[in-house]
Design a protein around this ligand. Structure first.
Ligand SMILES: Nc1ncnc2c1ncn2[C@@H]1O[C@H](COP(=O)(O)OP(=O)(O)OP(=O)(O)O)[C@@H](O)[C@H]1O
Ligand SMILES: [Mg+2]
Length: 251
């Protein structure tokens, strides 16, 4: 079953002569439980695609259906609720608050949502922190942890509501390769547990760990790669295949 279906999505920015289609009639289907990467040059529309599929951005035309619901048929409250309950977002830098410790940062959105169940929320946050290897850092301020640890906290926060889909916009972009690998271990676990995962990345090593790569250029998906062919191959082989494909299509 499809988790997300985007059909003929068009999004333009700018006025007059300067107006440009950032999504130029993109159609894509993301299956339930899929692990997908989006690659492409800067400005090719990767973030815009993610925002469109998550209902964060309005389209000029085209449709998106998420878990069988047409996003354009929802009012802003319904859309916000769908996003809160079914989607999680992770960005390049976790946008956490400086005057709160890691645990409080992670629970804050959930507590705002449901003040009655603070104990349950804290228990879930601690479980996620332990799973992502930051259990012992709960009392630290966000200025007292590393970039990789901060990113783990961002992932915990995104997972608080048990989303069906996790979107990541260059979630490893600010990390060294070791931390990036550890973050990808976490995304792989999330995927293995059945969550749909969709990540924008420039990094062939990151993309090689997914199942399917969408390549964008000038507002279109110009190519796609299924990594199922490389099941059982070494990571070096997978990375080699991704790099070759990137070279072939010139990104
Ligand atoms: N709110 C906006 N107003 C005007 N132009 C925008 C807006 N958002 C994006 N754009 C333009 O749309 C194009 C695609 O942007 P997008 O952020 O989707 O690219 P991207 O592939 O994510 O790039 P990067 O890899 O640099 O993050 C860019 O040319 C960008 O300048
Ligand atoms: Mg972007």
């Amino acid at each position: 079953m499809d988790m997300i279906t985007g059909h003929d999505m068009v999004k333009a920015f700018g006025v007059g002569e300067e107006r440009r289609r950032v999504l130029d009639g993109v159609s894509v289907e993301i299956g339930e439980g899929e692990f997908v990467a989006v690659m492409g040059p800067s400005g090719s529309g990767k973030s815009t695609l993610l925002f469109a599929l998550s209902g964060m951005d309005h389209l000029d035309s085209g449709t998106v259906s998420f878990a069988g619901r047409d996003l354009s048929a929802l009012d802003s409250e319904e859309l916000a609720s769908l996003r809160r309950t079914q989607m999680g977002f992770v960005f390049q830098q976790a946008t956490l608050l400086k005057n709160l410790n890691l645990l409080d940062n992670i629970i804050l959105p959930a507590v705002r949502e449901n003040r009655k169940n603070a104990q349950g929320i804290i228990a879930r946050a601690k479980m996620l922190m332990s799973k992502t290897g930051i259990a012992e850092l709960e009392k630290r301020d966000i200025t007292q942890v590393s970039g990789g640890q901060l990113q783990r906290a961002g992932i915990c926060r995104a997972l608080m509501g048990s989303p069906k889909v996790i979107f990541g916009d260059e979630p490893t972009g600010a990390l060294n390769s070791r931390s990036a690998e550890e973050i990808m271990d976490i995304f792989t676990d999330i995927h293995t547990e059945g969550t749909t995962v969709m990540l924008v990345t420039y990094d062939a090593q990151v993309a090689a760990r997914t199942q399917r790569i969408l390549f964008m250029r000038d507002g279109s998906i110009v190519s796609e790669m299924r990594l199922s062919k490389y099941e059982g191959h070494s990571m070096d082989n997978r990375i080699g295949a991704v790099t070759a494909k990137m070279r072939e299509i010139g990104i």
